[in-house]
Write a protein that binds this ligand. Structure first.
Ligand SMILES: *Cc1c(COP(=O)(O)O)cnc(C)c1O
Length: 322
């Protein structure tokens, strides 16, 4: 996202967040605003939802656009962004809730802006149907791979050959590799993708979300405040992901791997760095948080037993430090 802003001649400026509720710090946001500021972009993180009213109020004082990035908080269509946000963005990318393996939806307040964007978009090439079909097949292969005996065999094969199997899977799962980034994001969806997106939006099974939240709460009860989690003070949390803060992420990831749990450190995330003349805006909380975060493999289909086993490893890890 910062790369896209920079590509259009904008300078991305970070606003630090509060580690408890993951909301941007309003004072920090206020001090980041200069006469050159054009817009405020709020990314709701991990499934938590930032209160937009104070931010919209601040934007009005300075005549700024408000852009809401809802990629991580899609909840089957209940939350469609704040009505006063200028732009609200949703993602149906491959790692998102209700994925369609690509595509996104924007809601714009201003009709003229929407017309301009439509016109620009109409010049983009349309994604080939076969290309989309290939993508569907590739991700279906993932689904088959998640059949445990097959996965175990492949991983064992990679290990025997001394190859880093996690990197290979990461490469397969990621959306936009390579230098042709801007060409790749400037495509219109194929009709296949559009129908899958429509299906996801209209038939999303919200019970899956409830189950995801329930599993997260089970885990929170088990770790009982002994392991710190980002967003524990958030007013709303749908747990798109379940990260924890620990002193030594690699040690915990190793311990979890030994027990068969595949945790990661979220390598695809980065903290935006301030421009050279704004050292006062170094987002120290966000930086420290990202360095100490481990994302747990907590998903709706997980059994209570699996969650208890994972919680025990977490507790042992933090208690060992004391
Ligand atoms: C995934 C994500 C995006 C990108 O969405 P795409 O549909 O892959 O372009 C943008 N912002 C946030 C916060 C995301 O989590």
């Amino acid at each position: 996202m910062p790369r896209i802003a920079a590509h259009h001649g904008l300078v991305p400026v970070p606003v630090d967040i509060d580690l408890g509720d993951l909301e941007p710090d309003l004072e920090c946001m206020r001090s980041a605003i200069t006469p050159k500021t054009r817009m405020i972009v709020v990314a709701h993180l991990f499934g938590t939802r930032t209160a937009m009213e104070p931010i919209i109020e601040l934007a009005r004082e300075h005549d700024l656009m408000v852009v809401e990035d809802c990629a991580q908080v899609y909840d089957g269509g209940d939350y469609l962004g704040h009505p006063d946000s200028d732009v609200v963005m949703f993602s149906f990318g491959s790692i998102k809730t209700a994925t369609a393996f690509g595509g996104g939806v924007f809601r714009m307040k201003d009709r003229e802006l929407m017309a301009t964007m439509r016109q620009l978009q109409s010049a983009y090439p349309i994604q080939g149907e076969l290309k989309y079909l290939y993508k569907l097949l590739r991700y279906s292969a993932f689904k088959w791979l998640s059949w445990y005996p097959l996965l175990a065999m492949i991983v064992a094969g990679y290990k025997i050959l001394g190859l880093p199997y996690d990197k290979i899977f990461n490469g397969l799962a990621k959306g936009f590799p390579g230098p042709d980034f801007f060409d790749r994001i400037r495509t219109r969806p194929s009709s296949g993708l559009l129908s899958v997106m429509l299906r996801r939006m209209t038939c999303y099974n919200k019970r899956l979300l409830d189950r995801r939240k329930r599993k997260a709460c089970e885990m929170l009860d088990l770790i009982d405040g002994q392991v710190q989690t980002p967003g524990r003070e958030a007013r709303e949390h749908s747990y798109w992901v379940f990260p924890v803060y620990v002193d030594d992420p690699q040690r915990l990831i190793g311990r979890l791997a030994k027990a068969g749990f595949d945790a990661t450190q979220g390598d695809s995330m980065a903290v935006v760095q301030p421009p050279d003349d704004r050292e006062d805006l170094v987002p120290e909380n966000s930086q420290a948080a990202l360095e100490s975060m481990v994302f747990l493999p907590l998903y709706p289909a997980m059994t209570g037993r699996g969650i208890r086993r994972m919680a025990r490893i977490l507790l042992e890890d933090v208690q060992g430090d004391q």
